[in-house]
Design a protein around this ligand. Sequence first.
Ligand SMILES: NC(=O)c1ccc[n+]([C@@H]2O[C@H](COP(=O)([O-])OP(=O)(O)OC[C@H]3O[C@@H](n4cnc5c(N)ncnc54)[C@H](OP(=O)(O)O)[C@@H]3O)[C@@H](O)[C@H]2O)c1
Length: 553
Amino acid sequence: MQVLELKRLKDKKLKLIIIESEFTIDWALELPKEEGILGNLFFVSRAYMEFIKDLVNKYHPNFVVEDKGMRSIEEPSTDDEFGAIFLNADIPYEFVDIPDYALNVISAPLMDKKGFIKKITEEIESYKKMGRVHYNDPNFQQLVIWRQLLKDDFNAQEDEIRYKIREAWMMMNIVELAKKQEKNQITAFFITDKRHFDGIRFLAKELDIGIEIINLKKIAKYPDEETSINDLLNRSILEIMPIKVIKKDKEDSILYFFDTDEYCSPFDTNMGYDAGFNTVIPYSKMTADRVSRLVQDAMFSRKAGASSVYFVGGSDVIESEKIAEEVLKTIIPPFESPVIIDPRGSHTTASAVVAKTLEVARKHEFSDLSGKKIICLGGTGPVGQISALIASKLNAKVVITSRREQFVKELAKNLTKKAGRGATKIIGESANSDEQYLNIVRDADIIWAVGKAGVQIISNKLMSQLPQNKIVVDINLVPPYGIEGMKPDFYNTEFYPGIYAIGALDIGRLKYKIEREIFKKALKAKGKKVFDYNIAFEIANKIVFGEEINILV
Ligand SMILES: NC(=O)c1ccc[n+]([C@@H]2O[C@H](COP(=O)([O-])OP(=O)(O)OC[C@H]3O[C@@H](n4cnc5c(N)ncnc54)[C@H](OP(=O)(O)O)[C@@H]3O)[C@@H](O)[C@H]2O)c1
């Protein structure tokens, strides 16, 4: 006697096509009372048969099973036109369900309960017959309450058998049939009532069985009033609508978005969805001391190798870096996942600034940034810092300006340390007047205006005093722009003699492409891969030049 035991297939791969039956397939512990000639009488329509034939031609199943439900016949036969579709094509076709012996064992205690419900019902009926029904009679009330309680309990237990237990047996039957197949790649049809779809989908996932679900959309074509019964006999009853196939044998991809700000950035959230993540879960006001518990929770609740990606953003760059460090520390094998770091868009924007500068520089015959003097005006913010970092790794002579002398000197020292061996020293200079700025930018090859949005740093007057041969980038998109006279749509535009400009829109377009590509790459990546400015810059160069410039030291 077979016992219920669900095991994964060892050397075989099963793809189960779950097809909605034409009619609901009811099931109950007791057969329903006969309803004359129509009781339990169903005929499969021509349209459904044609629909199934099309599926057979499309998928060529190795075997077909159908939910037996309350049918009294045990085996399908070729006398039945529907079964003949498969059997005549030499496709094994069987009914699946819980076997009678197992059902008897499981249902015995339940049937006893049913007996008790019947006893109470009879007693209530006798109250009626004897004209003793008084709704405020405590005994009558007690009987009605008991009956309801037992009936609810009975229904719940019957549902457990109807769905969970029968679905497990049906699935075991399917796995057993798959085992018997000679081939290793098997396709099978399971025709069943759609109320079983969720249960079967769950079991298939546990058993590593790939599934496709085919729902049916039936439209009955109502005859008009003049139609006679004779006309009806010659008409097709149903129209089977185009089928909808839902494929789901992969786990959802989730982007966990940790943001230091009060509200998570809608820009980055949208980018996550647009790149193809099924779900983006935003966590705002994130701090480094809270993040590891969340990562553990996220990590241990998913299968190793499931598509989870962590994204760290926000205005607080220092806290973002600490958060990223914590995330990287927390993710352990075998649950490693990619981590994207881009606080306030700084890594992607800075990469765009450097790559676009290189693009225009090549048009003016300097091939790289090595030895070039670059001034990061107002470069103490996130974008300025990362731009300076990349430029120093490309051996440019980088100067960051700020209104805060002490702060910028300390920052320059830390950034130089961070840039590592082989990078050039970053200098911090204080400036807050035209005269001071002029002294700093006069002999620069490149000027990056990366100060706060809506703040003009360099005036027209100053610009007109500058010698030629310069590239100027202004990433501020909020007027007044960082450099007077600048336009966001400038690209290699000579706006002073010998001075070529790139505006914020051109930078923004590339930044968008870089971020999108990072999300896409992270979505496909496996293991603990870090996507920061190093990768962002690599991608930027790939987009701009079709080549890779590696700045990893
Ligand atoms: N185009 C794009 O796609 C794109 C993408 C992202 C960001 N952005 C833009 O990039 C720029 C930089 O962003 P961010 O977040 O790194 O900048 P931020 O942190 O807002 O500001 C950078 C620096 O600007 C300086 N600053 C503020 N007020 C100033 C003033 N009145 N005069 C001179 N300097 C002043 C400050 O330096 P000190 O206090 O040290 O002087 C500050 O640290 C912004 O304009 C932003 O809108 C553009």
